[in-house]
Design a protein around this ligand. Structure first.
Ligand code: NAD
Ligand code: ZN
Length: 354
């Protein structure tokens, strides 16, 4: 039985960040217990770190999202640090403040505080047994939809795959559109394109259902408005949240399948990897590829070229196999015979052009 979950508590609006502590207390009133802020280290520079008001027992820990996307060992290490510093006592709440990487780390830490072993043991669907510590998301970069999904995407020793479970969805979200205004223009666009591409792929796919569709349509429109018309940050932020709400009721498609290898083998980050791939998928996604190019142009962002230059035949083979691992998404995009349409040769030709 696939039950769709929505975030049950949302605080939205400019300057709402000032109300973070009241929001926490209203939802989780056990004030004698401590809370953990997991905050993107970039906020030492943006000034957001100094606006946190941790109480004496609270912990504020940095998540470094600048070097690489989250790994299972980062999550295990944070869990161990929290339990060590607090002698095994569990927090009342975890607050994840940052982009998709930090929000996913906070989700995964909340799960790993109450479940034994390594985060790598829970990459997959519904593998989490024990109830997680409650958590609140504070997005500071919009587009992944991580603030609204039940997935915490992690790179493990064997694969890049999310912890997908009812324990890895936020209990609440605080959205303050001012917080996303310090993001550099290229990052803003690439993460925004992740949302745009989720929407295009899901709306084209057979897995989309009528519950997911209105969210995806609105999220796509919001992203296009922002990057082609007027930079309304509230609209972009809401668009990301709605994109996340649609994901559980749909699938991604060819772009996410092909971007897997670009990220996992060549080390590109998720948003840029998707943008590079989508730029070559006109044959499948038609005029939306033209829209993506217009958004790049208008926002003066230049995609890297020669991305797959120097890829060895072994790496290429691996990338093709990785793409086929997203079977559910490829079935949604192309039907059960997807391998006859998107053949290994076809994938290789698409990769060559990137
Ligand atoms: P990110 O979180 O990796 O951050 C990218 C960069 O932006 C980092 O250097 C970060 O420090 C910086 N940044 C964040 N907020 C900022 C701010 N306000 N001002 C200045 N800089 C800021 O980027 P992302 O694209 O949001 O997240 C990508 C991750 O999300 C990937 O790991 C991807 O797999 C995952 N993802 C998760 C889901 C989900 O449903 N859980 C969906 C899609 C993608
Ligand atoms: Zn994505």
């Amino acid at each position: 039985m696939r039950v769709t979950r929505f975030i049950p508590a949302v605080l939205f609006g400019e300057k709402r960040f000032e109300e973070l502590n009241d929001f926490i207390d209203a939802l989780f009133p056990q004030k004698e217990r401590y809370g953990v802020y997991l905050i993107d280290s970039v906020h030492r520079q943006t000034g957001l770190w100094n606006r946190l008001k941790p109480r004496s027992r609270d912990l504020a820990l940095e998540v470094d999202a600048s070097a690489h996307e989250p790994k299972t060992q980062d999550v295990d290490a944070l869990r161990d640090e929290i339990l060590r510093r607090k002698g095994g006592e569990l927090p009342r709440v975890i607050i994840g403040i940052g982009g998709g990487s930090t929000m996913d780390v906070a989700k995964a830490v909340s799960v790993m505080l109450t479940n034994p072993g390594s985060a790598a043991d829970y990459q997959g669907w519904d593998l989490v047994k024990n109830k997680a510590v409650p958590k609140i998301a504070v997005p500071t970069l919009s587009g992944t939809g991580a603030e609204a999904t039940r997935t915490a995407v992690l790179t493990g020793p064997v694969r890049k795959l999310g912890i997908n479970s009812d324990q890895s969805i936020y209990d609440a979200v605080l959205m303050d559109p001012e917080l996303i205004q310090t993001v550099p223009a290229d990052q803003e666009l690439y993460t925004g394109m992740d949302n745009f591409i989720h929407c295009v792929e899901s709306l084209h796919g057979s897995a989309m259902n009528p519950l997911g569709k209105p969210f995806a349509l609105q999220a796509k429109a919001a992203t296009e408005d922002f990057f082609l018309k007027e930079k309304n940050y509230a609209e972009l932020m809401v668009g990301s949240f709605l994109g996340g709400c649609s994901i559980a009721n749909s699938s991604v498609g060819i772009c996410h399948a092909l971007s897997y290898g670009i990220a996992f083998i060549l080390g590109y980050r998720h948003g840029i990897a998707n943008t590079i791939v989508f730029n070559q998928l006109e044959e499948y996604y038609g005029e939306d590829v033209g829209k993506l190019r217009r958004m790049l142009e208008k926002n003066k962002v230049q995609l890297p070229t020669g991305v797959t230059r120097g890829v060895t035949p072994e790496q290429l083979e691996r990338m093709i196999q990785l793409a086929y691992m997203l079977e559910r998404d490829l079935i949604s995009a192309l039907g059960p015979d997807f391998k006859k349409i998107l053949t290994p040769e076809k994938i290789a030709r698409l990769y060559e052009r990137m």
